[in-house]
Design a protein around this ligand. Sequence first.
Ligand code: SF4
Ligand code: SF4
Length: 437
Amino acid sequence: MALNLDYFDKDLLICNTCRCGFCRDECPWYMARKVESASPKGVMEVIQAYREGVVKPSQQLLDRISWCFGCRYCKERCPPSNLPEKFNARVDPGGAVKVLRYELRKKGYTMGKSAETVNNNVKKTGNPFGVAKKERAKWAEGLDLKKKGKRIFFASCMNPLMGYGETILKISDSLEKFGMTMERLSKLTGILEAVKLDRVSAKLLKGTSKNNEKYINSLRNSAKVLKKLGIEFGYLGEDEPCCGSSFYTYGDFDSFESNAREVYKNLKERGVEEIITLNPICGGVFKNYYPEFIPGFDIKVKHFVEVVAEEVDRQGIELKLDNEMDIAWHDPCYLARYMGVTKEVRTLLRSIKGLNLREPEATGNLTRCDGGGGPEIICPDIAKGVAEYRVKELMDTGASVIATSCPACVMMLEIGKAKNYPDVSIFDISDIISMAL
Ligand code: SF4
Ligand code: SF4
């Protein structure tokens, strides 16, 4: 259980002995800051120094580590150690960063107004945006989904409401014209207050409902595809809980643990044995973090694409697009590295007639973060830069559209395309499958 830094004893020993730095240059945090301590290699040295009492706990230290995107590139890139067998493991600097965030928060330091507000929103309303529960269940209206089942479709609280996040990030430039930077806005009011602006400043935030539509359509497409394939599932609607990913990301492990226990109890009481989700953040959290806090966690978790790939193959279904498309695929960090799903995507996309798959340089389990993962609300300008870099890399493949499957990635790619590729469409894989089925 990663509740304290002792859990990372072995990682710290390996990394601070090895010091190879193979993970450093492509780390988005390091690419943005170009400072050794803001890199996986450097932060492991900082954490060791912190444990030895050389680096003291401080707000400055927490501010510095709040920019790690948690993308797990470092863990994936970390070479197998040449140390004895018992030390032969992939080092996880991003994981250690989250534990250090937890330790520093326990000492009274803060991840900042935006992150704390997001966590408070989850506690109060069950979603990071502070929006009423009924809002998040609206996407399923008219789809006639069963309310329960051993297998459930977990819509997540991000997909139905991500338009709020997208709008806030998009208007940060407009706000700057009024001398209100996103950072200042976050510090002053927090993200919930920014959302409330929707009601008083229709002009600034007029894109919100339009932005939400895109995410909602992807959810509706997923449910329709699953039904068309004959897959039985239920949807809990307003009773669907929040997986609590933000608690873990922003270092509030105590809230994460109590929420996870509550969610597990709730799902077990409803007889849930399997979760299918379109959101790999929730999927990755269920698969990776729930077992850390709930020994014996026994609910199977699959991403939509795994289920569809399996079923399309089993039924021998032919997929075809009416109009040919050159698609660059962006592997979300959570799908590729937290859920371990990369092959299924390729099998599925390559089987679609009329679809030409373009692979960017950083792909598969060595994919590149697009600026989501938590810091986008803490340092939006940095996250935007990371997103712009990734969009360019995807467009350099010669593709005409981009596809991915994660609401945070769709949001960041939308942000990243705005400057140089405003007309490029960003699809969720559920949209593509829906077109081809
Ligand atoms: S998790 Fe990602 S952002 Fe954080 S240190 Fe590792 S590579 Fe860098
Ligand atoms: S995390 Fe792994 S790859 Fe990175 S510096 Fe440490 S040992 Fe090398």
